[in-house]
Write a protein that binds this ligand. Structure first.
Ligand code: ATP
Length: 422
């Protein structure tokens, strides 16, 4: 078999070889761990996030690596023995190998340095608990065998999701959400003991013990999954969604909305930030009460809060939109909504109104009238309500094609001023 690390991009292989050689000079050993090892085995593309377990002193090693590799340290937590390095476009997480102790369910653990084997055993699933030692010779990585004391490779080949110990979900219930994401992405099935543990954890209400921030982090990760609808479908099947977002269920309408977003035939996906749009498409069917519960439970960033508020009004708005509306009438209905909300409306709408909304987003919303407020003042309009009204009406006239350029705009303004005087 081709050696696993040979599948990494050559510049990354070079960075890791340099890192391994440097680590050896301070008596540290580096191991490639976690999702990268799993994805190398699956022959999947490797992302920018590289996890390295360090048997040795991370506090000493991190600045040495940053200086020699020409990277920067972007985060450092000496108490936890972790540091993050940005090198080229890679984000390299260094974490001293550790054991973890959870004083109570769902709280952050107390950590202590420990050998790699112990570190692997404290991880979430067997398929994420494999490692490859990084050893370099002459600037190149040497082929090293997979270190797999918990038999993750066998589980991976059988597409099996397996927790590593009985208290795993009590210690850290976010693992239920990590499990759903992984299982949906990689088409995994929980083995019987793991399925039973998930059921018990849900019955015991462990998810409710997590802080909203920790659930939110997992929700954001779901939004950036390649297929968020598949994650929701599985979460619904595992009866997880009601613990996180009551009222959220997978439905064929939800899947269709997300499929329309993914195919983006109208070419509008780039006009609005992706995550609020996906969130809006997932939450579109929630009742007003359920939307309010989401707003109250989670401390969401502004674009998401705005979207949730607007979502409440979206269904009645959708009914007012018909293909007989002129561009300015459509603008009057939509201009106060965020681009993300309008994109949600587009993907949730029927074909004919969807193309109207797409055209609004692409062409009409960004349209600026040929004259600005300064131009109107230069034409003798005093600052005040009349100026605001004229600007609004000028935009409408431009949208509907009555005004096409500066000349027609100036003529239009003089006509309005004359009409106001008479
Ligand atoms: P992804 O492809 O989703 O990024 P990943 O496995 O690389 O997958 P990370 O969140 O970067 O995900 O975590 C890196 C590794 O750290 C995991 O593979 C796992 O070994 C371990 N890990 C992460 N979160 C937990 C957790 N909550 N409990 C136990 N181990 C965890």
């Amino acid at each position: 078999m081709d050696h696993l690390t040979n599948r990494l991009e050559p510049p990354l292989q070079h960075i890791l070889a340099c890192a391994a050689a440097l680590a050896a000079t301070v008596d540290a050993t580096l191991w490639l761990v976690g999702g990268v090892v799993r994805d190398l085995l699956l022959e999947l593309p490797i992302g920018r996030d590289i996890d390295l377990a360090v048997e040795g002193d991370v506090t000493r090693l991190a600045p040495l690596l940053a200086t020699t590799l020409g990277g920067t340290i972007t985060a450092r937590h000496p108490a936890f023995g972790t540091a993050t390095l940005a090198v080229d476009h890679w984000i390299i997480d260094l974490a001293q190998t550790r054991t973890e102790y959870y004083p109570q369910p769902a709280v952050l653990p107390v950590v202590q340095p420990a050998p790699l084997t112990t570190d692997l055993a404290r991880r979430d699933f067997s398929i994420n608990a494999m490692a490859i030692r990084l050893v370099a010779d002459d600037g190149r990585l040497l082929p090293m065998p997979l270190f797999d004391p918990l038999n993750g490779a066998v589980d991976l080949a059988a597409r099996r999701l397996r927790l590593l110990h009985d208290r795993s979900l009590r210690d850290d219930p976010t693992r239920i959400l990590r499990g759903v994401r992984l299982a949906a992405r990689l088409n995994l099935t929980p083995e019987p003991a793991t399925a039973a543990q998930i059921e018990t954890a849900l019955t015991n209400g462990y998810l409710a013990l997590l802080t909203p921030e920790r659930i939110q982090t997992e929700l954001c990760l779901t939004l950036s999954e390649p297929d968020p609808a598949a994650v929701v479908a599985l979460a619904d099947r595992w009866q997880v969604t009601s613990h996180i977002i009551p009222g959220l269920h997978w439905s064929s309408a939800l899947a269709e909305r997300l499929a329309r977003y993914r195919h983006d035939e109208a070419g509008i996906a780039g006009l609005a930030p992706a995550e609020p749009v996906i969130a809006g498409l997932l939450l579109y069917d929630l009742s007003e009460d359920d939307l309010q519960a989401v707003r109250q439970r989670y401390h969401l960033p502004t674009p998401f809060r705005r979207l949730l508020i607007e979502l409440s009004r979206l269904r009645s708005l959708a009914q007012s939109i018909t293909t007989t509306l002129s561009p300015s009438q459509l603008d009057a209905l939509l201009h106060s909504y965020s681009t993300a909300t309008i994109a949600v409306l587009h993907y949730a709408a029927t074909t004919s109104t969807a193309s109207l909304i797409a055209r609004y987003l692409r062409e009409w919303r960004p349209l600026r009238p040929p004259l600005t407020g300064d131009d109107l003042q230069a034409m003798g309009v005093a600052p005040g309500p009349q100026l605001g009204r004229l600007l609004r009406d000028l935009r409408a006239a431009t949208l509907d094609g009555t005004v096409t350029d500066r000349v027609t705009a100036e003529r239009w303004v003089y006509q309005q001023l004359a009409a106001a005087r008479s």
